[in-house]
Write a protein that binds this ligand. Structure first.
Ligand SMILES: NC(=O)c1ccc[n+]([C@@H]2O[C@H](COP(=O)([O-])OP(=O)(O)OC[C@H]3O[C@@H](n4cnc5c(N)ncnc54)[C@H](OP(=O)(O)O)[C@@H]3O)[C@@H](O)[C@H]2O)c1
Length: 381
């Protein structure tokens, strides 16, 4: 199959490398913005040659960012070309438009690498949905925050030192905001929830909190209590719609999430009849992600012509029925008057409260994390 590659960075370079010497695939064009001698005459600086080439059946987008990626992907779909992307920012922001364009043009749109990097979670979810009703999707979907939290937990190190190591190792970007503040997790959660429930959630309606404020003192107190902090994406089917939240959570140290090391991911789907099915592996990285991108290409070459779900019903995020106790560390406890169930290290644990109630108060807090319900019942109820 003749394809075009948009972007020649970490993932794009991985796709290029993995296809070298493979007679079934011809990377006819590579969209780049700098001269790359290794690409020879395949390098192009605009989309025109790609769109004008009728032999290019599939476009792989691994540029990142929303613009111009959206314009390029939309143009490719309109030109009747299949698209594979690993770009969660793009897919979360333009889910409706892009899935509709793919449907209208009878072409495939796949983005397995956008959630879980090398873990084939979205394709697994598609298979689960063929036979079962999904109750919830959840898990650790960001390697950078897991690396930081895991090392802080195991070594007692401070946040800044571990973040610096993560940056030196290439696990965290120079500007780590999207990872630390929960944006990356929320984008993946939009995709997981949309595919799981056949809905279309609005990214900005999903409450999120990050790990920027967590300290070694917090982590030490959690450890002493038998808890481990993890950054979690959680979405479930509720009566009024779909609940979804991206925030740090304290899980028992015996929980499978607590054992997820360094920059690994662990994502779970729970089906009504299936029960729990969990996926563990590399949530990012050149080859794992490029492999998921290529698996999508191979599915298309084998006849896949769809997105993971045909449905994208607009659906409000409804977290009102979801009640959780929270760990809170704040300089001003007044907004929590009457809500405090007990102390935990330098902070306190609230009585179970609706997720929006906590998230309204987050701007005044230094660090917050959902607390495991069973732990709360045992120690604070
Ligand atoms: N890296 C991972 O492990 C991973 C995992 C899962 C998903 N993803 C997703 O995969 C996508 C690519 O990530 P990446 O890590 O490969 O990023 P990257 O290393 O920064 O590569 C992006 C490449 O695209 C090029 N580019 C950006 N804008 C362009 C434009 N307008 N025209 C031409 N070229 C342009 C960049 O060129 P310059 O070199 O000139 O900047 C760079 O070569 C992102 O959406 C990311 O979220 C990545």
């Amino acid at each position: 199959m003749k394809i075009a590659l948009l972007g020649f960075g970490t993932v794009g370079g991985g796709v290029w490398e993995l296809l070298q010497g493979n007679p079934d695939w011809d990377i006819a064009w590579v969209l780049t913005r700098r001269t790359r001698p290794e690409l020879g005459s395949r390098a192009v600086f605009t989309m025109e040659p790609i769109l004008a080439d009728p032999e290019v059946e599939l476009v792989v987008e691994v540029l990142g960012g929303i613009r111009p990626a959206f314009d390029y992907v939309a143009a490719a779909l309109q030109a009747g070309k299949h698209v594979v992307t690993a770009n969660k920012a793009l897919m979360a922001a333009h889910y409706d438009e892009l899935t509709a364009l793919a449907r209208q043009n009878g072409v495939a749109l796949r983005c397995t690498g956008a959630v879980g990097g090398g873990i084939p979670f979205l394709t697994a979810l598609e298979r689960v949905r063929r036979l079962d009703r999904v109750r919830s999707v959840s898990g650790i979907v960001n390697g950078t925050t897991n690396y930081i939290l895991d090392r802080m937990t195991r070594e007692g190190s401070g946040f800044d030192a571990v973040l610096a190591d993560a940056q030196a190792l290439g696990y965290a970007e120079a500007d780590p905001s999207a990872d630390l503040d929960g944006l990356d997790v929320r984008r993946k959660l939009v995709l997981m929830a949309n595919v799981a429930f056949g809905v279309s959630l609005r990214e900005e309606e999903i409450p999120m909190a990050g790990i920027r404020g967590v300290t070694a003192e917090d982590i030490a107190a959690f450890r002493q209590a038998g808890l481990v902090c993890r950054m979690l994406a959680t979405a479930s089917r509720e009566e009024g719609g779909v609940s979804a939240v991206a925030e740090p959570a304290l899980v028992p140290d015996s929980a499978p999430e607590a054992a997820v090391p360094l920059n690994c991911n662990r994502i779970t789907v729970t089906g009504e009849r299936l029960g729990e099915q969990a996926f563990f592996g590399q949530g990012a990285g050149r080859y794992p992600t490029a492999m998921n991108v290529l698996q999508d290409c191979m599915d298309i070459a084998s006849g896949c012509r769809s997105f993971y779900t045909e449905r994208a019903l607009p659906c409000p995020v409804d977290n009102d029925t979801l009640r959780r106790p929270y760990y809170v560390r704040t300089g001003d406890e007044k907004p929590f008057a009457g809500l405090i169930a007990g102390r935990l290290g330098p902070g306190f644990v609230t009585r179970p409260m609706a997720v929006p109630e906590l998230h309204r108060r987050i701007p005044g807090c230094r660090f917050t994390a959902a607390v495991d319900n069973a732990f709360f019942a045992q120690h604070f109820a």
